[in-house]
Write a protein that binds this ligand. Structure first.
Ligand SMILES: Cc1cc2nc3c(=O)[nH]c(=O)nc-3n(C[C@H](O)[C@H](O)[C@H](O)COP(=O)(O)O)c2cc1C
Length: 191
């Protein structure tokens, strides 16, 4: 078992145990279109408030103009590694409906769609790494997005690379075991 696999207190689905967020990606890898489509299909079928489906995505394959635009918005720390991925994706929440009313659960629903996507991607042999470290205003400007679309996160999708590709301290983090709070501490009331 890889050091990156979750050590669970009780068995969970193998894809969930094995999923993690790498920073080393294979720079020669191009995304198989069917795997990418499956990942977005999983996002499509996630639940949302009143089935509003308030998630949209900008998908940019490495080498494209859009990829360069997204990469230019990444925080310094993320720009050190994310450019190696096969794709950069901007995760957008539709924060207003067609009547101009706020969609209160849009970011919640988007996060859930991204979670489903990342699990499906993992089962297709791909790795996803979400990032909050990016300039959302710059994304909106670069892609001339309407105010209804809020860039919430950016994610990399690609094939796992080697820790040796990374400089320290990223290399050390890449091989460090993953950790979590104990499940008991997550449950506020358990009647
Ligand atoms: C909303 C969100 C924002 C994140 N932002 C960053 C980021 O800017 N840079 C980064 O390297 N990782 C980022 N991460 C990845 C987390 O650090 C990572 O998921 C967490 O440490 C757990 O590791 P695991 O996904 O390997 O289990 C982010 C994850 C999420 C969900």
């Amino acid at each position: 078992m890889s050091a990156k696999h979750a050590t669970t207190s009780t068995p969970i689905l193998p894809t969930l145990t094995e999923r993690w967020s790498p920073r080393a990606f294979d720079t020669d890898h191009a995304l198989p279109e069917n795997a990418l489509l499956s990942a977005f299909e999983a996002a499509r079928w996630s639940p949302s408030a009143s089935n509003t489906q308030p998630w949209r995505f900008i998908v940019a394959r490495r080498g494209s103009e859009s990829f360069a635009k997204i990469e230019a918005t990444l925080a310094g720390f993320n720009s050190q590694w994310a450019g190696a991925a096969s794709a950069l994706v901007v995760n957008l929440a539709v924060v207003e409906n067609d009547n101009g009313e706020p969609q209160r659960w849009a970011e919640y629903d988007l996060g859930q769609a991204v979670a489903h996507l990342s699990v499906q991607a993992h089962s297709e042999g791909l790795y996803v790494h979400q990032m909050g470290g990016f300039d959302a205003a710059k994304i909106s400007e670069s892609f001339a997005l309407s105010d209804k679309l809020r860039p919430v996160s950016v994610m990399t999708i690609g094939k796992l690379g080697l820790p040796e590709q990374l400089a320290e301290p990223l290399k050390e983090r890449e091989i460090a075991p993953r950790s979590r709070m104990v499940v008991h501490d997550l449950i506020v009331v358990n009647d």
